[in-house]
Design a protein around this ligand. Structure first.
Ligand SMILES: [Zn+2]
Ligand SMILES: [Zn+2]
Length: 291
């Protein structure tokens, strides 16, 4: 059975994210462990950790995922930003570790004024540096598949495979696949045949065992647009078909799936529900009983 949840705000305390997630019917929750648009962060206290873990137990929520800051760019050709990104990502891993969160997902990075190949090497080099400085920490890095906007890397499986190849210890790195990003990048998950071809290609280039998490988002933009605009499940250009295939795929039955769709109160047939609760109920409605 698919493990379904959503990104939740930590405003008011880490435990609040779990509380809100449970209210909306999440099996799993993604959080930022700090303000995602700032470099600085307040220390996590023992009290924060205790309250967070108590809520996880109370609501039986497993597989929490941390999303790293949007400021981090491990692909930057500029030394100052690159070093700052490495330091910030180390902080992200330490914070996740403190909270007992096993994975931190990060956008691989953009090459800006350099080239694709240089950007990829820079990312791998950055990850090597991060790994050297985080020995003894059990939280691991997940590279997210991107939509390929601008000079963002990681939208082609080949790019992710190359990053892993150039890593000294690729076993320390997994992948988080974002459905909206894959669609925007030109991976068609919408028909059964292309769905299976896509994962076969992923398996050949990267390995399905690397798949540790999903971001479930429909897309406001067309197939292959290379634009990253999330839409509610089934209401964008992807429709319900790819989500039906994913939530019923036995290969991913233990891989947590998190919504990153717009918050707020749902409308129309979902009136009275939050959008997260509505999207989760749409996804659960796609699960076919196996009995
Ligand atoms: Zn995502
Ligand atoms: Zn996105």
């Amino acid at each position: 059975m698919a493990i379904l949840g959503a990104h939740m705000s930590i405003a008011g305390g880490y435990y609040k994210a779990i509380q809100s997630g449970a209210q909306d019917g999440c099996d799993c929750v993604q959080i930022f462990t700090k303000n995602n648009n700032q470099w600085r962060a307040k220390e996590i206290t023992e009290d924060d950790v205790e309250r967070f873990q108590a809520k996880l137990d109370e609501h039986n929520i497993q597989q929490t995922l941390s999303h790293a800051s949007y400021l981090i760019n491990l692909g930057s050709p500029k030394d100052e930003l690159w070093k700052k990104s490495i330091d910030a990502f180390i902080v992200e891993l330490r914070r996740a570790d403190q909270l007992g969160v096993p994975y931190v997902v990060v956008h691989p990075g953009s090459f800006t004024t350099s080239t694709e190949a240089e950007g990829i090497s820079r990312i791998a080099e950055g990850l090597n540096e991060v790994h050297q400085q985080t020995r003894g920490i059990s939280s691991r890095c997940l590279l997210e598949t991107t939509a390929g906007q601008g000079t963002n890397l990681g939208w082609k499986f080949e790019q992710l495979a190359e990053m892993l190849d150039q890593c000294q210890d690729p076993n320390l790195v997994g992948i988080c696949a974002d459905t909206c990003h894959m669609f925007a990048a030109g991976y068609n998950l919408c028909e059964e045949e292309s769905y299976h071809d896509t994962w076969e290609e992923f398996d050949k280039l990267i390995g399905l065992e690397k798949m540790k998490a999903f971001h479930l988002n429909d897309s406001k933009k067309e197939f292959g647009s290379r634009k990253d605009r999330h839409e509610h499940i089934g209401q964008g250009h992807m429709g319900l078909a790819p989500f039906r295939l994913l939530v019923n795929d036995p290969r991913f039955s233990n891989t947590p799936m998190y919504l990153e769709t717009a918050k707020g109160d749902a409308e129309g047939e979902y009136e009275g529900m939050s959008w997260d609760a509505a999207n989760l109920s749409v996804l659960r409605g796609l699960i076919e009983s196996t009995s």
